[in-house]
Design a protein around this ligand. Sequence first.
Ligand code: TXA
Ligand code: MG
Length: 341
Amino acid sequence: MITQILNPIKDNCACQKAAQLLKQGEVVAIPTETVYGLSANALDPFAVKKIFKAKGRPQDNPLIIHIAHANQMYELAKDIPQSAKELINVFWPAPLTIILKKSDIIPDDVSAGLDSVGIRLPKNEIAREIIQNCGFPLAAPSANTSGKPSPTKAKHVIDDLNGKIAAVVDGGSCCIGVESTVISFIEQKPRLLRPGGITLEQIESVIGNVEIDKAINSKINNNEKVRAPGMKYRHYAPRASVIVVCGRPEKTAEYIKQNAKENSGIICFDEYEHFFKTYEFRKIGSKDNISEQAKNIFEVLRQFDETNVCEIFAQCPSEDGLGLAVSNRLKKASGFNFITV
Ligand code: TXA
Ligand code: MG
């Protein structure tokens, strides 16, 4: 299969062409404000199967459904609690996925056999235009090969999936860079399953305290119950092993400097570049600029696959605001191999 690259800046019809392919049951990678998504008609089980095949995604990992108008949610979910509606009213369109009881029209392939469904109204206008042109909602996981860091540029999608999907819509770099926040309303109390583009602080300012799922901060054993099936897989992982170093930036830089070996790679804040000049290092942004760190983290993890480093030390951001999402992605990339200094 030849993978087309559609560019809405150069071609006015790019979104219509993408929708045309999706209507034919094909799989198309689309930009969103968080990361690129690998989309297909959420109501067509045959199209959805192609997503799993292209990514090599485990069958038990459910997909998020993307919609173009908040009202579409009522066809896809039932028994929607008031607190979920409040969050949606305040934030959507946004990097915020809500897990609700699913309605009967959701194919089992999308929900991976669960009786719930994740729904998101993305902010990215190209994504919404494509969904609107389709007239049906789009199931879309991140458009990477399973296990690899999520793609934040069309190039990353091509690196992973060229020849396996019908098209990529090139919408430039994703402006947030980490995936959506996933919050579940299936149990009595709302539960954060994945930190992301909308922060825990923002959510709690609207609906009060939420439970924090254990899988965010620690490895889940095989016999433990997982609420977000995706959280049990090693994820975002470069080829080299990762060691995440948490603590105040000046301390973590010092620790890494003392422990790095000749062939170690380093992920550091801009301010500590001079510590690591003799190493294979990548900067993720200023220590105080979490949005910049979020934008760069996946690309930096990908870049190490083009080097020969055999272990990567990473300075971990603080866990406030968007930092919780960035540190979660680093910790997952390391298989929760982290230390605090
Ligand atoms: O920002 C995002 O959310 C991106 C863009 C493309 O929208 N999508 C994305 O999808 O990150 P994915 O499939 O890579 O991650 C979705 C996560 C997985 O960990 C999955 O297990 C979880 O959400 N999830 C999806 N549906 C669920 C459900 N019904 N119950 C619990 N967890 C669910
Ligand atoms: Mg993913």
